[in-house]
Design a protein around this ligand. Structure first.
Ligand code: ATP
Ligand code: MG
Length: 270
């Protein structure tokens, strides 16, 4: 694929919590216009890696680079300024905030001057509804609606719409399809492809092999904090990827073991 300098890269990054090494010497390239899928079992270090990319954690050692130059993110604000937009695993939105407000958190459009400045709600609501409609969420027609009243898929789409609207260069999504039904997940995957075609670098964490294979250009697998594999689309079979995602254990063996349990008379079902 592209031999050009990646927009973002990490080199030999480790992250230690107390005496526990959650990330160990991980290097990764993140290219514009590509979807990088970050795979791995529970506790493998995926969210920790994302928090390093998004300025939430400083790495214990190693380097983060933007356009080939080392950077130090002291806070998520620094990462945002470098064009990195992150939708974290467990939301982070306020359910009782209006859609318009939440879309413009931190960059509130104002009207008036000096002490007479006020939040331009009309403008914010108009933009959020337009952006949602553009991304195929036609049921949302009122920016005054609470974020908490959106479905999981609509919430993911609104977060992606926000990143695209504010010109993100890197869009990081931690398990965006985990709690979604088939149709909503497909919609979110479609929006991810749209972002990629606009030239955004997407980092997607998922436990779902089909979702990863559908949208991924490149794949990196973490096992216990180490990068166990790193490959481009088409270089591994689906079965190989599934085994890697299960932490290197052969799924076929596990399935055989489960089959012997369920078929063994002393049923585990009631
Ligand atoms: N702030 C922290 N302090 C101490 N340990 C942490 C901290 N954050 C993460 N860890 C540990 O680091 C390891 C990796 O966690 P992480 O959340 O990155 O896993 P993950 O791959 O995202 O897992 P999942 O798929 O379940 O979301 C876990 O063992 C976790 O308990
Ligand atoms: Mg996680």
């Amino acid at each position: 694929m592209s031999e050009s300098t990646p927009y973002m890269a990490i080199e030999n990054v480790s992250k230690i919590f107390g005496s526990y090494e959650a990330l160990s010497d991980v290097s990764l390239d993140i290219h514009a216009g590509q979807v990088l899928c970050l795979l791995g079992d529970n506790g493998a270090g995926k969210s920790t890696l994302i928090k390093v990319l998004s300025g939430f954690h400083e790495p214990t050692s190693g380097t983060v680079k933007i356009n080939g130059k080392p950077v130090q993110f002291k806070s998520p604000r620094d990462a945002t300024a470098a064009g990195i937009s992150t939708v974290h695993q467990f939301g982070g939105t306020f359910p009782l905030m209006s859609l318009g407000r939440s879309f413009f958190t931190g960059v509130e459009p104002t009207k008036g001057w000096g002490p007479f400045k006020y939040f331009d709600k009309k403008f914010a609501n108009k933009v959020v509804v337009e952006q949602m409609q553009e991304m195929g969420i036609t049921r949302v027609t009122d920016g005054d609606r609470f974020v908490g009243s959106l479905s999981g898929g609509e919430r993911q789409v609104s977060a992606i719409a926000r990143a695209v609207y504010f010109g993100a260069k890197v869009l990081i999504l931690d398990e965006p399809t985990a709690a979604l039904g088939v149709k909503e997940a497909a919609h979110v995957l479609r929006i991810i492809m749209q972002a990629k075609h606009r030239g955004i670098a997407v980092v997607l964490v998922t436990h779902n092999v089909s979702h990863a294979l559908t949208v991924g250009d490149h794949f990196a697998v973490l096992i216990r904090g180490e990068k166990a594999d790193d490959f481009a689309k088409g270089q591994r079979t689906r079965e190989e990827i599934t085994d890697l995602m299960a932490g290197g254990e052969a799924m076929a063996e596990l399935e055989a073991e489960l089959a012997s349990l369920t078929g063994s008379g002393d049923s585990i079902h009631d």
